[in-house]
Design a protein around this ligand. Sequence first.
Ligand code: KG4
Ligand code: ZN
Length: 333
Amino acid sequence: MTVRILGIETSCDETSAAVVADGRRIESNIIASQVDLHRRYGGVVPEIASRKHVELALPVVREALDQAGCGLDALDAVAVTAGPGLVGALLVGLSAAKALAWARGIPLIGVNHLRGHIYANFLANPDLKFPLLCLIVSGGHSDLVYLEDHLHLRRLGRTRDDAAGEAFDKVARLLGLGYPGGPLVDRLASDGDPEAVAFPRAYLEEGSYDFSFSGLKTAVLNYLQGPGPHRPPADVAASFQAAVAEVLVDKTMKAAADTGVRHVLLAGGVAANSALRHRLDRAAAHRGLAVTYPPLELCTDNAAMIAAAGYFLHQAGRRDDWDLNAHATLPLV
Ligand code: KG4
Ligand code: ZN
């Protein structure tokens, strides 16, 4: 029998609801982006995000059900992002999810946002087999996670300062590109020379799987403010991007070798980056490793990935109580 899960995601600035069957088939995935509202502030304003989620949550859920062609009575559970994220924003999705689950008498399942990003890969590739290694690179996180199975995830490394996406957004601002910066840097870099400027690569101490990107961001700032002559912005963008991708891919390859994992997943908004994908593909092919990454629309925040993650937790018997709360920080396991 089909298990149909409604996913709700409101951790940042997208209000999203989705219906996913058996954790793999997307029946609908509605994403209302608030990016235009926040653009003039150069970043997400939490209070504005919360207020907008209140306006959008139920219409987005209704649209997700309509597009899936099902009513509330066809749902087996509601999965909702419980953190990490903006607490006020998370609470809106949590309240909607609790109300719907309570009204229908179906289980409520809280999902870690990062687990959601990982599970976008199960939507892209239904045949994934454990153990897996996932590089999560988003606006708020850069984590290297080992997955033994659905319930046993172990974080091998994390960023010690800026997240990869944050570095992209900050460098975009330095280059006067606007917000959100990742896709704009990516586009500009496509005409640039990645070897034009030798930006630093932070590998940290021997054997560490942690990341650090704030020094790189400062190096870009110093370069742009330093004495010329300066290379064109496309070269700066391409060189910065190459420095990020090189460290991310090298550490991921080392972790794959150390853990013996043969299949690597990429997740989070920065997984959309073309240089990162290209470099990971090449490195993995060289070592005979398989690589999966979600299609572009499932890399950034969406509720289908939350429903997919919720499905596997549901099958493992996970249920949350009505006192499930929102958490700005939330450990992955
Ligand atoms: O996963 P996500 O939608 O939100 C978080 O959970 O943080 O990631 C958003 C981040 C932003 O920093 C954005 O600039 C970055 O992903 N991003 C990219 C690209 N597309 C989105 N970074 C680099 N290249 C891209 N093509
Ligand atoms: Zn995210």
